[in-house]
Design a protein around this ligand. Structure first.
Ligand code: GMT
Length: 380
């Protein structure tokens, strides 16, 4: 198949999923065209079957807000026509789904009778935050209903979309995935652990875009409690608006020498695998891709019992869950686990087994392929 993929190419779970999906599809022989405003950050080098088309947004003094969604629709239509794409797959409804809908309409005559179908994958904040904003809700609902196929990354997000958007079309749940061959603890990776913690110290990790929904200051609060009882260090991967607040909190608590802010990282798996435990105390996660990536690396997630997290983590088996803001319970889970090497090892293996059994790319990618075929059949 020839598939056009659009996502937010910068740091964020939906962009990660879209990029990894494109890479996996290309490796399975499909022709993939990324249509985005910059090169997706996980697309590091040229790869067979993968093309990148940059969306240029021209700016005039008249445009206080340059119309990105129109430039995107234009580029989608051009790429679809020039490369005879079979379908478009957009990640994150706003505004990508609307742009795809326009591209489809622009090409309707030229492609008659074969319209250009588009698939929308809902990721989370496009529904829970942005889409539920009254100013975006009607257009988001409309573009979801106009989509030729809609998927959500968890049952939670599917149900919430039905409830809040009252959309009539069917939403298929296709869980996020991880490439378990890449996200894997290896001796080569572990050889670098001493750069971050000594042998008698535990290493905790957090990975996010440091947005308020991630509650990064809770990560510092949890770690502060943990390090009082277990010799340990904390590694934070990513960047975003709440980073400086978290840095200052670490300074105020006098623990900043035990806390390392790595910023944005390209090869996340090489850092994740070094840790023992991941802290993910988010206000909301529709899925929690970071937790899944940690699990594949035998790193035990300690997260909040919100959104789609209970669909990913089995409490007490592949990780732990606590209520939002309950930093005391999350710290207690971490201390107990980090104080018991056998239990830590066992839960790390259980976490990896769960990731492999339910969320491995080799299982999920064929589900996307089947979904595309279903959409193409319906459209023809
Ligand atoms: O979490 C974010 O702020 C980024 C956001 C995105 O769309 O880039 O993440 C959402 O999609 C991820 C990939 O599907 C999910 O793993 C995250 O749980 C989801 N975030 C939220 O629901 C807050």
């Amino acid at each position: 198949m020839k598939i056009g993929i659009t996502c937010y190419p910068t740091y964020g779970g939906s962009g990660v999923v879209a990029t990894e999906l494109g890479i996996e599809l290309a490796q399975r022989g499909h022709e993939v065209h990324f249509i985005t405003y910059s090169q997706p950050f996980r697309l590091r080098e040229a790869q067979p079957n993968i093309n990148f088309h940059e969306v240029e947004v021209s700016s005039y003094p008249l445009f206080e807000y340059p119309p990105y969604d129109l430039a995107l629709a234009t580029r989608m239509a051009e790429v679809a026509q020039i490369y005879s794409l079979d379908l478009l797959h957009v990640h994150y409804a706003i505004p990508h789904s609307v742009s795809a809908m326009l591209a489809k309409q622009m090409l309707a005559k030229a492609r008659n009778p074969h319209k250009l179908p588009f698939v929308t994958t809902l990721h989370g904040t496009d529904i829970t935050l942005v889409g539920a904003d009254r100013s975006y809700l009607p257009i988001t609902r409309f573009s979801i209903e106009e989509s030729d196929g809609v998927t959500a990354i968890s049952k939670y997000l599917r149900d919430r979309t039905y409830k809040e958007f009252n959309v009539r079309n069917e939403i298929d749940v296709i869980y996020n995935f991880v490439n378990c061959d890449v996200y894997h603890r290896t001796p080569e990776i572990m050889a670098k652990r001493s750069e971050f913690a000594s042998d008698d110290e535990r290493l905790l990790v957090h990975l996010s875009n440091f947005r308020p929904v991630k509650r990064v200051c809770d990560v510092i609060e949890i770690f502060d409690r943990v390090q009082k009882q277990v010799p340990s260090r904390l590694m934070l991967i990513g960047d975003g608006p709440d980073r400086s607040q978290a840095e200052w909190l670490a300074v105020e608590k006098g623990i900043h020498e035990r806390v390392i802010f790595l910023g944005k990282q390209d090869l996340v798996h090489e850092k994740l695998a070094l840790a023992d435990v991941m802290l993910l105390p988010s206000e909301l996660e529709s899925f929690g891709l970071a937790a899944l990536e940690a699990m594949a690396c035998e790193v035990v997630p300690i997260a909040t019992r919100v959104g789609g997290i209970p669909e990913v983590i089995e409490h007490g088996i592949s990780g732990y869950m606590a209520d939002v803001r309950d930093v005391a319970t999350m710290a207690r889970c971490a201390v107990e686990l980090l104080s018991d090497s056998d239990r830590l090892k066992q839960m790390g293996l259980q976490a990896r087994n769960a990731a492999r059994a339910r969320f491995c790319a080799s299982k999920i990618i064929p589900t996307y392929e089947d979904f595309y075929r279903k959409v193409l059949e319906r459209a023809s």
